[in-house]
Design a protein around this ligand. Sequence first.
Ligand code: GTQ
Length: 343
Amino acid sequence: MHQLGTLEDLPQEYRDQLTQKNLVPLWPNMRAVLPPRVPTRKTGTLCWDYQTIRPLLLEAGQLTPMEKAERRVLVLANPGHGLSNMQATPSIYMGLQLILPGETAPNHRHTPNAVRIIVEGEGAFTTVDGEPCRMERGDLILTPAGKWHEHHHEGEGPIVWLDVLDLPLIYQLEGSWAMEGQPQVPSLARDKSFADYSAAGVVPNINFERDTQTAPMLRYPWQKTRACLVEMATHYAEGLLRISYVNPENGKSLFPSIGFGAIMLRPGEVISLPRRTTPCIFHVVEGQGSLSVDQGTALQWVEKDTLSAPGYSDITFSNTNSEAPAFLITADESPLHQYLGIY
Ligand code: GTQ
């Protein structure tokens, strides 16, 4: 590629005139926005180690009452994006949210889509448009764009989950806003939408028009996902054991922005993921191992840790336990990349 002219090549007076008129010459900046063959990636390879974060999260529980937080969250920010921008990837926000027994994170709704991945604790519910969804370890709880949601905790001990939102994307689109609501009065049975859709291949045919675009099933219990992966492993002795979470009405990703999946690593397995354009995050539900990106230094992980890796990279996972499998939940930007034709 040609070396292009720089800003310094231009007379200062000319540059000043451009600035005054809100104009920018492309050529000094062109290689930065259109680099040769591989994009610039701010998303780093990182591991957020739960055991070191947990005491800080519990301390937040003492330092900041719910009224002063509404959502008591420590955000897992990728430093490459600038910590204060609260981005795990260009489009994905992640945070660990804490609720103590008896507390409620008040009802609200907002334009970003959210999924909660339960990390620790029992007895909490997220009520989504009147449906209380039980929150158990490894479950995915969906609060799609615009749906009312509040979290409350009736169990003992703290509950912690990982929030995954398309907030950075919606924010950049100048479309991010929220509104507060009155406390919800549950109008539906617990986990009703899961019950509606839990017979795979059979969907409820009730006498009203179904919205097939918004993900209708709000709770994806981990035990179902895990059992599916374990079953797959009995049929496939090799190859990547991976499932995608889909909208049961249309088979598409849960959200137009973020795609969710889960991976099982067989005991002792070392496996490379297919090279893809999208950055990816990983939450370890069970097991221990290491992650290496582009043959870089291996990061060690154990259950409850969360990791990130950039797109356009070679990602290799090792399960360092030769006796037991490992399970990870994944989130990436593949639906967006597909929609945009850059996948
Ligand atoms: O639980 O509704 O981590 O609105 C960030 C924004 C969680 C939530 C977050 C939110 C929520």
